[in-house]
Design a binder for this molecule. Structure first.
Ligand SMILES: O=P(O)(O)OC[C@H]1O[C@@H](O)[C@H](O)[C@@H](O)[C@@H]1O
Length: 281
């Protein structure tokens, strides 16, 4: 089975294809965004909208957008921050027959400082091996003041039929229900099933989750990020999205490793890291 890391053109954007041990991934440098992941012996697990735009005018709808240094509209910055619409640089790559890894990096610039006046470096390390995808996000505070941010690895998972998918592991956690006036609620179901718009910030989630989608199951593990965001726009909101087909909401469920309701603070000169791991079971 082929292995390697090659530069490719993906709908006009510079990207990398990782292949190792029967697993593969595609990562766009624009947005530092994983767009595809297929585990060994499996099928695609990430949703990428058929009508996503690749002209740099807007974030790419699908895969794993990186939201930083602001989650959603929890501040004055552009929605979900500004790193999903800039080019990241490739800082490192490693590959052998079973394992492939790339490290993408982005640093503050005059452009970012005009929006958010902090010296920073961020890194996303993406690795594939066998049945797992690891995404490690690191934030380096290069300034002399405390740096505080919110953000997320905004993972769009591909499902066969959203209405039939079951997300397990959230029982008992408190969440802010963004789709229902930001009411604070407690999850009382063994499994979250989606049959309407869902936009929830589950707080302080410290357990792995399982997504059951037909005959497939995905383990979702998070470290460092305090919250898990679950999002599906459902019919009406999906129809209003210019870069998603009308029935796109049926094929996706976002399960995001997030720091949304609990900002992360990083002392001057210090680093923070968080990780999301997907394991095809
Ligand atoms: O359309 P965007 O900017 O990519 O955001 C998509 C969604 O992202 C989710 O994380 C938010 O909870 C939603 O409120 C938001 O609508």
């Amino acid at each position: 089975m082929a292995h390697g890391i090659e530069s490719i053109d993906f709908n006009g954007l510079p990207a990398l294809r990782l292949q190792a041990g029967g697993a593969s991934a595609i990562v766009s440098l624009f947005g530092g965004q994983v767009l595809s992941w297929t585990p060994r012996g499996g099928k695609e697990w990430l949703y990428l909208s058929e009508t996503a735009k690749f002209d740099r005018s807007t974030p790419i709808r699908g895969g794993v957008p990186v939201c930083f240094p602001q989650f959603a509209d929890l501040g004055k910055l552009p929605k979900h921050g500004f790193v999903r619409t800039v080019d990241w640089m490739l800082a490192d790559r490693r590959v052998d027959k079973d394992f492939a890894l790339i490290q993408l990096r982005l640093e503050d610039s005059a452009e970012t400082r005009a929006l958010w006046n902090h010296p920073f470096g961020i890194e996303l390390t993406i690795s594939i091996e066998d049945n797992r995808l690891d995404l490690e996000f690191e934030v380096d505070n290069r300034g002399t003041d405390v740096l505080s941010f919110t953000g997320a690895l905004h993972t769009y998972l591909r499902v066969r039929e959203a209405e039939e998918a079951r997300l397990e592991g959230l029982y008992g956690f408190t969440y802010r229900d963004s789709a229902n006036g930001n009411a604070i609620k407690r999850e009382t179901g063994d499994a979250l099933m989606v049959d309407a718009e869902v936009d929830r910030v589950y707080r302080q989630v410290n357990r792995p989750l399982l997504l059951r989608d037909g005959s497939r199951t995905l383990g979702i593990n998070t470290e460092g990020f305090p919250d898990v965001v679950v999002w599906n726009p459902w019919e009406t909101r999906c129809a209003a999205l210019a870069d998603m087909p009308d029935n796109g909401f049926r094929r996706m469920l976002c399960v995001e490793a997030a720091a949304a309701d609990t900002p992360i603070t990083v002392a001057a000169g210090e680093q923070w890291w968080g990780r999301q791991t997907l394991i095809a079971l």
